[in-house]
Design a protein around this ligand. Structure first.
Ligand SMILES: C[S@@+](CC[C@H](N)C(=O)[O-])C[C@H]1O[C@@H](n2cnc3c(N)ncnc32)[C@H](O)[C@@H]1O
Length: 348
């Protein structure tokens, strides 16, 4: 049985609560229990029995890096040195031949990261009994430290540049573009919040150009269903999905008030707000109400719907009528007349 491990992750700064919830949702979708969750500024620390760093690195859109924790000290140099001496560096390094030290800081402009990289590098070289060399470009082990508030958090980096490595494609590079398309980062986050697994049947009932379906495919989901009332969108979404290599998809020209399916395990969707995409003369709230009425019998119990809406629209009471509950919500400022609210909703 694996022993508990503690991880620290640098979250991106746009919406720290959303970034944190994305990570917790990924742990849940992997059925991995986590505990001792702490947030220091935008550094998330949490423990779990399993190491799912690679999974996080392949999916998370709002996280920069993930590392395994070795020690936490104050930011005083003597405390850092003392704490480093207590770590079993030989066990960490094992038979690996090269290392590097990278030090980052969140805030704390006065700290000289390069000074600490050199200092810690020297300590490591002195403590390691086997032959090991410094390789700044391609080290076998990357020691990673972060100064945040009054703490120095240190460990072994598992994955860096997570967000830029995802290579979330620009919308304009797709064969079919429409101004209502959701940006790939938010589309990915919404997919992650819905906690879908690879074998799940995933639905976007207002699929437009297919941004959310593309992200669901890129995280490994192969049973994708998209619905849109506009045939141009259905044709365009098909072209976009084919470009990403999707083979198994069902794109249905239909009204989301009539979903011709039997069972759904997860939904993420961005309905029309009546601005860059039309509600076809229906008030948005009715569209949403009818959608919940329809999906209520199709979605499995305890499964999740991630829904983006303008913040003026409240749906608490409406969804309660159909045995759903809001488990979390996040505001995202778009411009002076639009704040988007992302809801994560559970079928009771
Ligand atoms: C905001 S857009 C979705 C954008 C999409 N997430 C993307 O990234 O391209 C909303 C979509 O809902 C579609 N729509 C509007 N009313 C609908 C209805 N009753 N049933 C299904 N689709 C509808 C519109 O045609 C539009 O493509």
């Amino acid at each position: 049985m694996e022993s508990n491990k503690t991880f620290f992750l640098t979250l991106s700064g746009e919406n720290i609560n959303l970034s944190k919830f994305e990570i917790l949702s990924l742990f849940k979708s992997k059925n991995t229990k986590f505990f001792n969750v702490k947030l220091i500024d935008r550094l998330l620390i949490l423990s779990s029995k399993k190491n799912i760093s690679n999974y996080i690195a392949s999916r998370a859109a709002l996280t920069h890096d993930i590392s395994e924790l070795s020690m936490v000290s104050s930011i005083e140099e003597k405390d850092i040195i003392e704490s480093l001496k207590r770590i079993d560096l030989n066990k960490i390094v094992e038979n690996r031949k090269s290392f590097a030290v990278r030090i980052q800081k969140i805030g704390l402009k006065e700290i000289n990261s390069e000074y600490f990289e050199r200092l810690i590098g020297k300590i490591i070289l002195n403590k390691i009994e086997k032959k090991i060399k410094v390789d700044l470009l391609n080290p076998d082990v990357l020691f990673y430290g972060i100064f945040v508030k009054d703490k120095f958090v240190f460990g072994i980096n598992n994955s860096q540049k997570i967000r830029s490595n995802l290579k979330l494609n620009s919308l304009k590079s797709r064969p079919f573009f429409h101004p209502s398309a959701l940006n790939p980062i938010l589309a990915r986050v919404m997919v992650n919040l819905s906690q879908i697994k690879e074998t799940d049947i995933f639905l976007d009932p207002f699929c437009g150009t297919g941004s959310i379906l593309i992200e669901a495919f890129l995280v490994g989901c192969n049973r994708l269903i998209g619905i849109d009332i506009n045939h141009k969108m259905i044709n365009g979404a098909k072209r976009n999905l084919i470009k990403f290599g999707v083979k198994n998809m069902e794109l249905l020209l239909s009204d989301s008030n009539h979903i011709p399916l039997r069972s759904i395990s997860g939904v993420a969707t961005d309905p029309p707000y009546g601005r860059s995409s039309s509600t076809y003369k229906k008030p948005l709230i009715h569209l949403i109400e009818n959608f919940f009425l329809e999906i209520s019998d199709l979605i499995l119990k305890n499964r999740l719907i991630t829904l983006a809406l303008p913040s003026q629209i409240r749906i608490d009471e409406l969804i309660d009528n159909f045995y759903f509950e809001i488990i979390n919500e996040f505001n995202q400022y778009i411009h002076s007349s639009l704040t988007r609210r992302i809801y994560v909703i559970r079928k009771k």
